[in-house]
Design a protein around this ligand. Structure first.
Ligand SMILES: Nc1nc2c(ncn2[C@@H]2O[C@H](COP(=O)(O)OP(=O)(O)OP(=O)(O)O)[C@@H](O)[C@H]2O)c(=O)[nH]1
Ligand SMILES: [K+]
Ligand SMILES: [Mg+2]
Length: 364
């Protein structure tokens, strides 16, 4: 049976306060660094197209070579480290979608702590819908763990499920109404209380109270629907973590044995993609895998009595609603919108009438 408890928020004891303080410091490390990301340094690349894919890797693994191969943009390559010093955007055109591919400077160990402007680079990855972690097939597999550590240090969770049980691919949730909101709901209220619809085994009421106090939140309603722990609670409170799916790309397979290529390709639950930019090997498969990971939904608009133009889709990320579709057509459209007729696999009836107001159901 679901446990449910209510209490008012007041003082916690010393040990809890200490743990809550540490959890708060950890979360602060993830907050955006206001000093970095200065304008004109090339890191504030405007998002464009239907989605963003970021290339992250150590120097000279072939990130720029890849960008130059698969997009029309030429990014300077070189046999020396740190050839690329800013973010270079290119456009991947795939099945009617335009995806922004970002070539980034190489990062070094400790990048997230600010080494080699690394934090700026790694932070860009946080804005991506899919991260391509690029590695050199001739180097040790240790690369992957080191890169993941750097990404995690800025609050990215790779290929993990968000606490609400859905796999989230790089949405940018607004403060307090993150995709987590189905798990924990905060409401500012005169008399606060905490409700849990499941038994909480990793965090107790006292801890929740102490954490809320440390953020000076005194009166609010908290509804918890999943057995989350302290860190996850703070994640939700601050909206700091991002759940992004990633592919591990091993470049330069022309320089290793076939056995090694086969061995690497079976690791990481099918997330490893083997390529050689130099020999043009595996690039089509890589683009296909990126497309799969983006899970873009194609929407075609049509006039009454005519067939839709199938060459001109609106491409949106999963979770898009009728309102998102309206916004992608015209800013003011949603406010004048009455209803939409939706044909497709996801709708119960074809066509299914849907109103724009109050729609939060996904249209996919
Ligand atoms: N053997 C081999 N060499 C490659 C391949 N792809 C790229 N290279 C070489 O690797 C070197 C580095 O390539 P870049 O594209 O500059 O690497 P990068 O990751 O952008 O490097 P930074 O910008 O310095 O971080 C160049 O000398 C490329 O010619 C490949 O598939 N096979
Ligand atoms: K290089
Ligand atoms: Mg480069």
């Amino acid at each position: 049976m679901a446990a449910c408890f209510l209490f008012s928020i007041n003082r916690g004891d010393g040990a809890d306060a200490e743990e809550a303080k540490l959890a708060k410091y950890r979360a602060q490390l993830l907050e955006p660094d206001r000093k970095s990301g200065a304008k004109g340094e090339g890191f504030d690349v405007l998002k464009s197209g239907d989605a963003r894919v970021a290339l992250i890797g150590f120097p000279s693994v072939g990130k720029s070579t890849l960008l130059s191969k698969v997009t029309k943009t030429e990014s300077i390559t070189g046999a020396y480290e740190f050839t690329t010093l800013t973010a270079i955007p290119g456009v991947l055109e795939y099945e009617g979608a335009r995806v922004q591919l970002l070539d980034l400077p190489g990062i070094v160990e400790g990048a997230a702590m600010g080494r080699g402007r690394g934090r700026q680079v790694v932070s860009v990855a946080k804005t991506a819908d899919v991260i391509v972690v690029m590695m050199d097939a001739t180097k040790s597999n240790e690369q992957r763990r080191l890169l993941e550590t750097e990404l995690e240090a800025v609050g990215i969770r790779l290929n993990t499920k968000a606490p609400d049980g859905k796999r989230l691919v790089g949405q940018s949730p607004p403060y307090h109404s993150s995709p987590f909101s189905t798990v924990v709901v905060f409401r500012q209220k005169a008399a606060g209380g905490i409700n849990a619809t499941v038994k909480l085994t990793h965090i107790d009421e006292k801890m929740i109270r102490t954490i809320l106090q440390s953020y000076k939140i005194h009166n609010c309603d908290v509804m918890i629907r999943e057995d989350i722990d302290t860190d996850e609670f703070i994640d939700v409170l601050l909206g700091t973590r991002k759940y992004i799916s990633c592919l591990y790309v091993f470049n330069k397979i022309d320089a290793v044995s076939l056995e090694e290529v086969e061995r690497l390709s079976t690791e990481n639950e099918g997330r490893n993609v083997m390529i050689s930019c130099e020999l043009d090997l595996g690039l089509d498969i890589l683009l296909e895998r990126i497309w799969e990971e983006l899970r873009l939904v194609k929407i075609y608009t049509k006039r009454r009595g005519t067939l839709p133009d199938l060459s001109d889709p609106i491409c949106l990320r999963p979770g898009a609603t009728i309102e998102t579709v309206c916004h992608s057509i015209h800013r003011g459209l949603a406010s004048h919108f009455k209803y939409a007729l939706v044909w497709g696999k996801s709708s119960k009836f074809s066509p299914q009438p849907q109103k724009v107001r109050g729609i939060n159901s996904a249209i996919i």
